[in-house]
Design a binder for this molecule. Structure first.
Ligand code: ADP
Length: 543
């Protein structure tokens, strides 16, 4: 064996063979390859890729003209609309960091984020002015406010010094952005939704955004014919990186300001939508939409769902409507999806129940993530792949965040032992697929037995009268804890007694797992539509 590695001799990295990976390069590519193709559709308005690119460069140039640059934060508060999409390019083009705000938050929470993220500019949609007004009253630092005056909206006030379109006029269409020197540079700042109570500022880098966008193309099968409907908020993990992925393939973005089945079905038909995403709750809304709203469409729409485990009844309901569902798993910290339930051809011949059981699993890593496993977090050893031994899901790779903004303790803790600790508990199946059983805090321990709240919820969702369900642990003198179910019935459901629900669970799963108590009514949700189990837990504890 030679002592010297000849492949290292004289073969250096130069700008010719080594460039920063950034999703900004996707826009330049799409604009040069498909200049006249529809890039963005919003109501009656449509922008070609050439126009989309120019608008982003004008935004970058206008921001630069106001002294914004490397490491400055630009916050955007807007529903899915062209300015929000443009900010995903225009802001990082000058080295600034995009902080897409969750428009369902209240003024106080927005004020906290603007302060914590030290936003220098806020671009805000007029419809959201009541919240923003409150937030601006609370913050103490200087901030440039630009209003988005969307023609589709006629409510709300203009709060800033200029509207977005006039602001773009400040910018130069010929503005040339420079590729960042370092792909580790921050591209965006996303606050977690706080299902476990506290919200942290998650920082993404250019490299991770680039890779996860490409991962989405591979996993969801996007191509140049793809028409992506924005049912997932762009503020949520930068729209799970679809903001960059759809552009990378020269597909068409169809914006949608609110998740309204009355608009979604006709848009799917009229624009030939091929792909969309949403939390299970969004899918549930489509499944339960009134029949006259469910316009038929000829194509099969690929829909990715995640953020919570999709109950099998929801998957089946969607497939009946003409959607093909892919189950994704991920977190804000992993740029949205890190994991998907990759379909295996032999599953084609399984019966519907077995197929649903396979699909209920969160699955395998994205090809763009380096490693995924389930470990005992104390010893950092992998659990046996037996589908039963529980551990914590761990991830590592280039699509894991830089860290939490201004919170080194939390960053260090979550990366301890060289893995990103997801906080989700699950098992490893013999085929290598992971299945989340619960979040660390959601597991119910009754008489020493672990009961997965997700498993009970899945059974509840199959009850013909149940629309939504959540199960939490209730303290119990004898058993330590027992499952308590919170259930929302379908709008047209008749009278359903507690005993009926408990009986249904006992008939469909081991008796010890059945809830001992059922509470009927609406469920508390986070601003991203996830059920807030910590609120229900407080309720059962009587806090
Ligand atoms: P928050 O952590 O504040 O809820 P995130 O949007 O980052 O905000 O949520 C990530 C969490 O959502 C994961 O840790 C996991 O508990 C849950 N989650 C995401 N996808 C799935 C899924 N497919 N199945 C079950 N739980 C999921």
């Amino acid at each position: 064996m030679s002592e010297e590695n000849i492949f290292e001799r004289d073969l250096d990295q130069t700008v010719a063979n080594h460039q920063t990976q950034t999703p900004l390069s996707f826009l330049a590519w799409a604009a040069s390859v498909y200049p006249d193709k529809a890039a963005v559709i919003h109501g009656d308005k449509s922008y070609t890729y050439a126009e989309f690119d120019t608008r982003c460069r004008r935004l970058a140039s206008a921001l630069k003209g106001r002294g914004i640059g490397l490491g400055d934060t630009v916050a955007v508060m807007a529903p899915n609309s062209p300015p929000m999409l443009e900010a995903h390019y225009g802001v990082p083009m000058i080295g600034a960091v995009l902080n897409a705000l969750n428009f369902r938050l209240d003024g106080k929470s927005i004020a906290f984020i603007l302060e914590h993220g030290e936003a220098s500019v806020l671009i805000t949609d007029r419809e959201l002015s009541p919240t923003i007004k409150q937030a601006l009253d609370e913050i103490e630092h200087e901030i440039i406010v630009i209003d988005i005056d969307d023609p589709l909206v006629n409510s709300g006030e203009l709060l800033g010094e200029k509207d977005y379109e006039s602001f773009l006029d400040e910018g130069n269409s010929d503005f040339r952005w420079e590729t960042p020197n370092d792909e580790w540079q921050a591209i965006s700042l996303n606050y977690t939704s706080g299902t476990t109570g506290n919200s942290k500022g998650v920082v993404y880098h250019h490299r991770g955004a680039y890779l996860n966008a490409l991962g989405q193309i591979v996993v969801m099968g996007l191509n140049r014919e793809s028409v992506y409907l924005w049912t997932l908020p762009m503020f949520h993990c930068n729209g799970w990186c679809f903001t960059w992925a759809v552009t990378a393939i020269g597909g068409t973005h169809v914006c949608l300001r609110s998740v309204d089945p009355g608009q979604i079905f006709p848009i799917i038909r009229d624009h030939g939508v091929t792909h969309m995403c949403g939390a299970p709750i969004v899918l549930n809304m489509l499944v339960h939409a009134p029949d006259d709203v469910k316009t038929a469409f000829p194509q099969t729409v690929e829909v990715a769902t995640g953020g919570a485990a999709p109950p099998s009844a929801v998957i089946e309901g969607m497939e009946r409507l003409g959607f093909n569902v892919t189950h994704l798993y991920g977190l804000t910290e992993s740029y949205g999806p890190s994991t998907f339930c990759a379909w295996q051809t032999p599953w084609d011949s399984l019966d519907a129940d077995r197929q649903a059981a396979e699909m209920a699993r969160q699955g395998v890593r994205y090809p763009t993530l380096s490693e995924q496993t389930v470990m005992d977090p104390e010893t950092m050893t992998e659990v046996p792949a037996d589908g039963e031994s529980m551990g914590e899901l761990m991830l590592r790779g280039n699509t894991v965040m830089k860290g939490y903004l201004k919170n080194p303790e939390a960053t260090e803790a979550v990366f301890s032992g060289g893995w990103f600790h997801t906080g989700d508990l699950g098992v490893l199946h013999p085929d290598g697929y992971v299945e989340i059983k619960d979040r660390s805090k959601d597991i119910i321990i009754s008489g020493g037995e672990n009961i997965s709240s997700l498993e009970i919820e899945d059974v509840l969702y199959k009850h013909p009268e149940v629309m939504e369900a959540a199960v939490v642990a209730k303290p119990h003198e004898k058993w330590g804890e027992t499952p308590c179910a919170f259930v929302t019935l379908k709008p047209d459901a008749g009278d359903v007694a507690e005993a009926n629900i408990i009986g249904w669970c006992r008939d469909n799963m081991a008796h010890f797992k059945a809830p001992t108590e059922v509470v009927f009514g609406p469920l508390p949700k986070t601003s991203t539509g996830k059920i807030q189990k910590f609120v229900l837990r407080e309720q059962v504890r009587g806090d």
